[in-house]
Design a protein around this ligand. Structure first.
Ligand code: NIG
Ligand code: FE
Length: 419
């Protein structure tokens, strides 16, 4: 007989049931089911209903009392730099004093200082540091995660980072999807030979592919990093090898990377604080997701992406944490969502869409996660909140009560089960 789990005494379920990518004003459409129960069998949701469930019970049925919590889909954080060595608190005072992010990078610090630390770190050190962060993320309700390399800038270290992410995927409840970001910065040794580095990255793509270390390729297209032409060259080579694309672009200046990425059908373009009107129009007509990272604006004390304008123009948005040691060192994805309300002026319903079904679509997993629907995996986040608005309004704390991943209880009363 199949093992059955019934989650009952739920105050309400909030979920998108739209077909992704969910664009513009549709992002507001959220289904609310009051006082439901959820039946789970073999990791999947097989029934969502209200009323009496007693006739569904058999000898193998387990019951879980949700104690009047609300339930939303497990969160999907689709842009992180989870695996890195060291930390960058030594740069924080400079940032507070107003030294720009790109100036710190140009003087050999920033990303390049994390590159040094990541090269030095052993596989185990990287694994243990990332696992600690991953546990934090799970406590905040993240059940699917994108993880980039990009702190090696040489093949050996990039592979080390990606293998750490792959191993964590095997051993940790959070599902991890990997992205190769060899073009994250120009290594110091290549200062006078940019083309050589770009060609090296393109060559290394083949090994990343052969060893099946990443599904996605990303480039940091920015003034002083990689320009639009260089970005296009790398992305085209990646696409030819059947990689899917995600791109850091328009973070500080708009230099053409956005158009290049949309033309190449990138899954996401990320940051977009400096996006221009003609690119917004292209974006609206595409299936590329605008992946906004408001915690980065918060930490770097910068402008926020024009989320309202993007939504009102009919674009599909996701919100991600961008967790990394330089521009946003916090695993608190719930805070990122709360900042999205306050600073991006997004509504709670829009935020839910941007944290679940749209990022799932960008990772090609919306067929199995990203919403609470019959047939989907039971990735569920139980929140100690009166309603969805309260989740976004009461900011800075962790609202998680419990988390189910594939129908298995992995967080109970804000504790990792089994630890
Ligand atoms: O998304 N912008 C480029 N990459 C990261 C920051 C990486 C770092 O500073 O270490 C970002 O913000
Ligand atoms: Fe990033």
């Amino acid at each position: 007989m199949k093992n059955k789990l019934i989650i009952h005494n739920i105050k309400a379920i909030y979920t998108s049931i739209n077909k992704p990518p969910v664009k513009g004003e549709n992002m507001k459409n959220i289904e609310v089911i009051n006082n439901p129960y959820i039946v789970i069998e073999n990791e999947k949701i097989i029934k969502i209903a209200t009323g009496d469930f007693s006739q569904l019970k058999n000898n193998n049925t387990k019951l879980y009392d949700a104690k009047q919590k609300i339930i939303i889909p497990g969160l999907v954080d689709s842009h992180t730099h989870l695996v890195f060595g060291g930390s960058r608190e030594h740069e924080f005072s400079k940032k507070i004093a107003g030294v720009p992010y790109l100036d710190i990078l140009a003087s050999g610090g920033g990303i390049l200082s994390t590159v040094e630390a990541t090269k030095k770190a052993s596989f185990e050190e990287l694994y243990n540091q990332a696992k600690k962060s991953l546990n934090e993320m799970l406590l905040y309700g993240v059940t699917s995660l994108e993880v980039k390399s990009g702190y090696g800038l040489d093949l050996e270290t990039e592979i080390k980072q990606l293998k750490v992410a792959k191993k964590l995927n095997e051993n940790h409840p959070i599902d991890i999807y990997t992205t190769y970001l060899g073009a994250h910065a120009l290594p110091k040794e290549y200062k006078e030979k940019r083309d050589e580095y770009i060609n090296q990255v393109i060559k290394d793509l083949q090994i990343i592919k052969q060893e099946d270390l990443a599904d996605y390729v990303d480039v940091f297209c920015e003034v002083g990093v990689f320009n639009a032409k260089e970005t296009e060259k790398i992305l085209k080579a990646a696409k030819d090898l059947n990689f899917k694309l995600r791109v850091h672009t328009d973070e500080i200046k708009s230099i053409g990377g956005t158009k290049v990425s949309i033309d190449l059908k990138a899954k996401t373009i990320d940051h977009l604080m400096a996006i221009n009107d003609s690119d917004i129009k292209l974006l609206k007509e595409s299936n590329t997701i605008a992946n906004l990272l408001p915690s980065t604006s918060f930490f770097l004390n910068k402008d926020y992406a024009p989320a309202r304008k993007l939504i009102d123009s009919g674009v599909a948005l996701a919100i991600s944490s961008d967790y990394n040691p330089g521009s946003t060192p916090s695993e608190n994805y719930q805070l990122t969502l709360q900042i999205s309300g306050n600073k991006l002026r997004m509504l709670p319903n829009e935020i839910l869409t941007a944290a679940t079904i749209n990022p799932a679509y960008s990772l090609d997993i919306s067929g199995k996660v990203g919403s609470i629907e019959v047939g989907k995996n039971a990735d569920l986040l139980l929140l100690d909140c009166k309603n969805l608005d309260y989740f976004i309004y009461h900011y800075g704390i962790n609202h998680t009560y419990s988390v189910f991943k594939n129908g298995k209880l992995v967080i109970e009363k804000r504790r990792i089960v089994g630890e």
